[in-house]
Ligand binder design. Structure first.
Ligand code: FES
Ligand code: FES
Length: 164
């Protein structure tokens, strides 16, 4: 009902948005349907696949598990906000170089998770990379090139802190 709507203010990829949302509206649908940021994918809607991963106040979260009202006052970064000044983020570039994708459906979530991992742990081991990806499913690649891409990104970033 219209009366149930709640006003929220969310900064997404550096731009502040004010909106009225239903209490049950999920952040992923707010991003995709209200803001048109369809790079954040919906693979399951049940917290399984990780395709909807974004950064909420710098932490990687599955945006299908977050209500839009919970993002009130927060900063959100989506895959559309990762590149800067026309340059791909190093994790994006590494996925491209190392062929870390096939159909690409899981890729935005993989990249957002990987960017968060490297912000926390600039030189992860393969085990740590695989552990970080536990919540992100890929039905195409077998993960080998995804892990390789993240390792390559870590090398290219030289341990730099990358998350917004
Ligand atoms: S759509 Fe969010 S985890 Fe699958
Ligand atoms: S590249 Fe197709 S689901 Fe991962």
């Amino acid at each position: 009902m219209e009366d149930d709507r709640i006003g929220i203010t969310v900064t997404v990829n550096g731009k502040t948005h004010r909106a009225e949302v239903e209490p049950r509206e999920l952040l992923v649908y707010f991003l995709r349907e209200r803001l048109g940021l369809t790079g954040t994918h919906v693979g399951c809607d049940t917290s399984q696949c990780g395709a909807c991963t974004v950064h909420l106040d710098g932490r990687a979260v599955k945006s299908c598990t977050v209500l839009a009202v919970q993002a009130d006052g927060a900063e959100v970064t989506t895959i559309e906000g990762l590149a800067r000044g026309g340059e791909l983020h190093p994790v994006q570039a590494a996925f491209h170089e190392k062929h870390g994708l096939q159909c690409g459906f899981c890729t935005p979530g993989m990249i957002m998770t990987a960017a968060y991992l490297l912000a926390q742990n600039p030189a992860p081991s393969e085990t740590e990379i695989r552990h970080a990806l536990e919540g992100n499913l890929c039905r195409c690649t077998g993960y080998v090139n995804i892990v390789e891409a993240i390792r390559h990104a870590a090398e290219n970033m030289g341990g730099a802190h990358v998350s917004r």
